[in-house]
Write a protein of this length. Sequence first.
Length: 132
Amino acid sequence: MRPLGVTILAILGFIGAIGCFAVAGIFAVFGQYIPPGELGEAAPLVSLLMTVGSFVFVVIGLVNLVTAYGLWKGASWAWWIYLILLALGIVSSLFMLPQGGVGMTQGIIGIIINGIIIYYITRPHVKEYFGV
């Protein structure tokens, strides 16, 4: 039987994937309709960046979707991918600490949340569900 925490994490992963796809769609649409008069010579660059950003959000959304599905099904590969993504989240949060102010606060919150989730997914009953 799937642990409740894993169910919650998988659902949050599915929601995150939907959010990434929505942002990708917004970037794709608005990236194509930037009035040249608004940004002058920078309009083509902004349009390109929005298109690239759209692609990046699609990739992140697909990773979220696949990982969430694997968590839902109890796939051992999903446990490993999720653990790696959480560790990368801690590393990226560490880079926010020197910014001070809001950046530092976001970094601390990111470290705490990712740390709590790593602690949870490494509990024996959760590892047993994933077969790791």
